[in-house]
Design a protein around this ligand. Structure first.
Ligand code: OAD
Length: 317
């Protein structure tokens, strides 16, 4: 005859097994074997008893669901925070060339102290007095002819050689000091001093450090030639490339720019990490960057290189 107590003890044993399994005191294999042992020992009373089977199945499913839930959580966290950012945008300004002897624009001895920016660097100024603008750019070309790249240009060039596909190098500078440091794969956002542009056929051709007075287009022989530097009031076609790099890169490194033309502080929101190197503190820039160095670019170079390496060396494994 079926003893009610036997059934009660059996369920108590099963409860205890489920508790141990759920609290990880026994693994799945032991749980299943113990349940099997209970079933065998109580074959007669369990015959046709769906309850028992259902309890066992629920315990197994619940546990599996919990594991699945944990796996999904980990996968989601990994997707949100990739372990190694893989692309770096390096954006430079006049400050990186300052120690090579090229004057910056807005500092106390900067070019805009000596020249009226709207006379030599705007569409209206150019229309008013193209000769003045040509003279200005001739002087800039003469000036950079003797300048040499410094340790900061060389550091960036070295990184770019090492990680050609993981670094986007964009500069606001119109000098050729990166090229002289052996780095040809960069974007000049504001144009290049050592080239001229034909106003008739838009051909861009090299002039080096020579005067542009009397230059003729090698493609269409036009004499309607201008400097190859963007002016205020003009489109800067390379800004499309800047937007693309902002979209695609994870880390932002800014060297030697006041951020007066390109709003680098604003761009930081689209990067996981960011570094700024300028000479002087600036309350409108510094708080937006995670790492800030106020020192000469050549002094900060080693730290900047290590910072970029920290991200990219992982990707090269
Ligand atoms: P700015 O002259 O506006 O700013 C130069 C920045 O470089 C400042 O923030 C300085 O603190 C920093 N600096 C100076 N010496 C440095 C050094 N040795 N090491 C590190 N940082 C140093 O020059 P940009 O921001 O580059 O446009 O100017 C942007 C644009 O304005 C230029 O491309 C130019 C100009 O109008 C065109 O010509 C189209």
């Amino acid at each position: 005859m079926l003893n009610k107590n036997t059934l009660k003890y059996l369920y108590q044993d099963l409860d205890e097994l489920i508790r141990q399994y759920n609290t990880n005191q026994i693994d799945r294999f032991s749980f299943v074997s113990e349940v099997e042992r209970l079933k065998q020992a109580n074959k007669i009373i369990l015959d046709g008893n769906e309850d028992f089977a259902e309890l066992v199945e629920n315990a197994l499913l619940e546990k599996e669901y919990e594991i699945f839930e944990q796996m999904a959580k980990i996968a989601l966290e990994n997707a949100k925070a990739p372990s190694s950012p893989s692309r770096v945008l390096i954006l430079t300004g006049a400050g990186i060339s300052a120690e090579s002897g090229v004057r910056t624009f807005r500092e106390s001895d900067g070019l805009w102290e000596e020249y009226d920016v709207m006379e030599v660097c705007s569409v209206e100024g150019f229309e008013r007095n193209p000769k003045l603008v040509a003279d200005f750019y001739d002087a800039r070309r003469r000036d950079i002819a003797s300048k040499l790249p410094n340790a900061a240009h060389e550091m960036v060039a070295r990184l770019k050689r090492k990680y050609p596909n993981q670094i986007d190098l964009l500069t606001q500078n119109v000098d050729d000091l990166f090229e002289r440091a052996g780095c040809l794969d960069l974007i000049h956002l504001h144009g290049t001093l050592t080239d001229l542009r034909c106003e008739e056929c838009q051909c861009v051709f090299e002039i080096g450090y020579k005067s542009q007075i009397g230059a003729i287009c090698p493609a269409c022989q036009s004499e309607n030639i201008r400097h190859n530097v963007v002016m205020f009031g003009e489109e800067a076609p390379m800004y499309q490339k800047l937007q693309q790099s902002i979209d695609e890169c994870d880390v932002f490194v800014v060297i030697g720019t006041s951020g007066q033309v390109l709003n680098v502080a604003w761009y930081t929101q689209w990067f996981e990490d960011s570094l700024l190197n300028n000479l002087d503190p600036d309350e409108h820039l510094d708080p937006y960057f995670k790492v800030v160095y106020h020192e000469k670019a050549t002094d900060a170079a080693e730290k900047i290189e290590a910072y970029v390496e920290k991200f990219l060396s992982k990707c090269n494994l």
